[in-house]
Write a protein that binds this ligand. Sequence first.
Ligand code: GDP
Ligand code: IMO
Ligand code: MG
Length: 424
Amino acid sequence: MPVLSVIGAQWGDEGKGKILDLIASKADVVVRYQGGANAGHTVVVGQEKFVFNLLPSGILHPGKKNVIANGMVLDAAQLLTEIDGFQKRGIDLGGRLFVSAAAHLVFPYHKAIDRASEGVKGGTRIGTTGRGIGPCYADKIARVGLRVGDLYDEARFAARLEANVREKNTLLKALYGAEPLDFAAMLAEFRAYAVRLEPYVADTFHLLRDCLDAGQYVFIEGAQGMQLDIDFGTYPFVTSSNSSALGITAGTGIAPKRVGEVLGVAKAYTTRVGAGPFPTELPDAEAQLLRERGGEFGAVTGRPRRCGWFDGVAARFAVQVNGVDSLALTKLDTLSGYDKLRVCTGYEIAGHVTDRFPVGVTTLDKVKPRYETLSGWKEDVSGVRRVDDLPAAAREYVDFLEDFLRVRATILSVGPARDQTIFR
Ligand code: GDP
Ligand code: IMO
Ligand code: MG
């Protein structure tokens, strides 16, 4: 299949970065299609660790083209910092990074509004990453956003930015008592970004089309995950884009019929960072064990991730919505040491039990998970490279998930490193 998409099947941080990097050697182009610097994708190579916020995780493979497509929201300062960081580490992006002229720009007022509005929300706080994602997408939909291509129409850009800054300052002051932002300084800042970004700006629609017409392999990298999708996630505790596979066509311009195979990425348990319903969440004392073993702290904000058992109901929904063809199951190593493991196979809501993920209901926080209990294993599996060498209980755990999800786990990950992987 010329288009392969790697999509998070849970609440983000499933290990998409590791999996994408692992298979990127087979790609010609790697594309991010939604989200922005709220993403934190980790790739470990030898003793080195790389965290990607905006750049696609294919960057480490020389010669691959990397695309920041139109569906993304671009924090220009963050992108330039990331590019500089990679350059310092000897990785040059010249000629192989393409930034869509139609991607929306994140401005300082988006971040200020994101943080200020979260600050006054109290109990209804989403727990955003503070990267300005929601306010930037809101401006896109309200048709007052500015895009990368607008940077190069100086007079128009200045006029529209001035109008936006005036409006946002009024809002920041009136609603949050926040300090106004300085238009002239912002304009100068973005003029400087425009110069530095120019070599990367491209018409990524035609670039991708040409690549596909030439039979090249395009790999799509999802950020966030199914349950953070603006339409089908746990709204309103979601991000502001279609982070499921549903966002691929709008976010890249690749026609729906060309979007081929989908590789879902799921952890062998569940985590969530930020607020919102999480049916299989463990009480903090029990979550601590998984958090410490799995290093479950946010790659962007450093926040401790909430941890819980594998939620089969939510994962099966992810398989259905995304059309997942096969699964990469990560962090199997983190589960070593338990006597018993639990997998949620049903939700009890208002006295009824269902194995269908409820869409559009607000009662998700009242769900009582129904569990199957499986045997755990004590052995450290981080050195295992063949399925047959896994403890029987680990193989049974994987088989159980495959049967329940009706999809095959073709990649099992047993550690952060590239070689800590079992291909089936
Ligand atoms: P992403 O946002 O989906 O790319 O995931 P993150 O990078 O935010 O979080 C996944 C974390 O788990 C990173 O620190 C990875 O290095 C690490 N990781 C990935 N796969 C495995 C695995 O199989 N076992 C362990 N122990 N860590 C893993
Ligand atoms: P990756 O790509 C996990 C969460 C935030 C918050 C909600 C909205 O690394 O998997 P936002 O800043 O997007 O408005 O925050 O979404 N969130 C993520 N959680 N992994 C991510 O990305 C996330 N990106 C956003 O914690 O709950
Ligand atoms: Mg992450």
